[in-house]
Design a protein around this ligand. Structure first.
Ligand code: ATP
Length: 279
């Protein structure tokens, strides 16, 4: 009906394969990540040289910059099964439940890989700081400590010659809160910064999210990129979507520059309304 001609404005399906080409403005982060992933792709050489396997990659940076996309793209790049969880999934009132869930997550990754005949699995944990906060500092609970210990035990147990190789990718915007035990060699020993995009990066992201949208000839995405200082990838995705909605409200078949311009304010306002009080 009304949305015809505006392409698919919904967020990508969870199942959809993501490649590095779907990520804008993160050239150097992607380069670093690929270098690390090549260790997994060339595991035979790694093994024969006696190099210790890469177990964990920590992505740090502000929300909505593409950390989840990077982990999904990493799974496609390495032909791995993708399993994900959020740090907050492990926080429970009852002692031991968080630790049990960590073990379950690793087991699910192994089982899914075997079922799909894949040699590798990527486990992605978003908001890792929730379960990996500095021990003894987080709260009086012992629960967090048990959960973190379970994660450390699982990671320490990973071997290069296991039938299914696992890589843990985690994301946080609070690396300062993380227990240093996790950043030691053999754990999350690679850190990749995923920053807010600069002007060129914003242009790349705007192009990606306008790929399937009909733009009027007056739309200058370079100008839009200039007007969106401080926007994350998630903001820019939302901007393109809002612009399309504004055009639809005017029963137009194409999105004009003024819709993008108006959507900038909408996205900023939305952000203000969403903003939670600082902890
Ligand atoms: P959070 O830390 O809040 O989980 P994140 O860094 O994991 O955020 P994503 O979940 O990867 O962010 O991004 C959310 C959505 O925003 C993506 O599905 C995509 O539509 C858009 N997006 C974010 N970053 C980019 C980017 N660099 N290129 C293209 N799209 C992006």
């Amino acid at each position: 009906g009304m949305l015809k001609g505006f392409g698919n404005t919904s967020r990508p399906e969870k199942k959809q394969e993501i490649s590095f080409d779907d990520i804008g403005g993160q050239g150097s982060a992607i380069k670093e990540l690929k270098e690390a992933l090549d260790f997994i792709r060339n595991h035979r050489e790694i093994q024969s040289l006696g190099i210790r396997p890469l177990k964990g990659i920590l992505m740090t940076g502000p929300p909505g910059t593409g950390k989840t996309l990077m982990a999904r793209a990493a799974a496609s790049y390495t032909d791995s099964v993708f399993v994900s969880a959020s740090g907050s999934d492990f926080v429970e009132m009852y002692a031991g439940v968080g630790a049990q869930r960590v073990r379950k997550l690793f087991q699910t990754a192994r089982d899914t890989a075997k079922k799909k005949s894949k040699k590798t699995a990527i486990i992605f944990v978003d908001e890792i700081e929730v379960l990996a906060a500095k021990r003894g500092q987080n709260s009086s609970h012992m629960e967090y400590d048990q959960t973190l210990n379970a994660l450390l035990v699982e990671m320490d147990g990973l071997k290069v010659d296991d039938s299914v190789r696992l890589l843990i990718m985690a994301a946080t915007n609070r690396v300062d809160m993380m227990d240093p035990a996790l950043l030691r060699p053999g754990r999350f020993d690679r850190q990749i910064k995923v920053e807010l995009p600069d002007k060129t990066g914003r242009l790349e992201i705007l192009k990606l999210h306008s790929r399937n949208k009909p733009l009027a000839s007056d739309v200058d995405l370079k100008l839009v990129a200039r007007e969106t200082f401080g926007f994350s990838g998630a903001h820019l995705e939302s901007l393109a979507n809002e612009a399309a909605i504004l055009a639809m409200r005017e029963s137009l078949k194409e999105i004009h520059y003024r819709h993008f311009h108006e959507a900038v304010d909408k996205v900023i306002m939305g952000e203000r309304l969403d903003r939670r009080p600082n902890p």
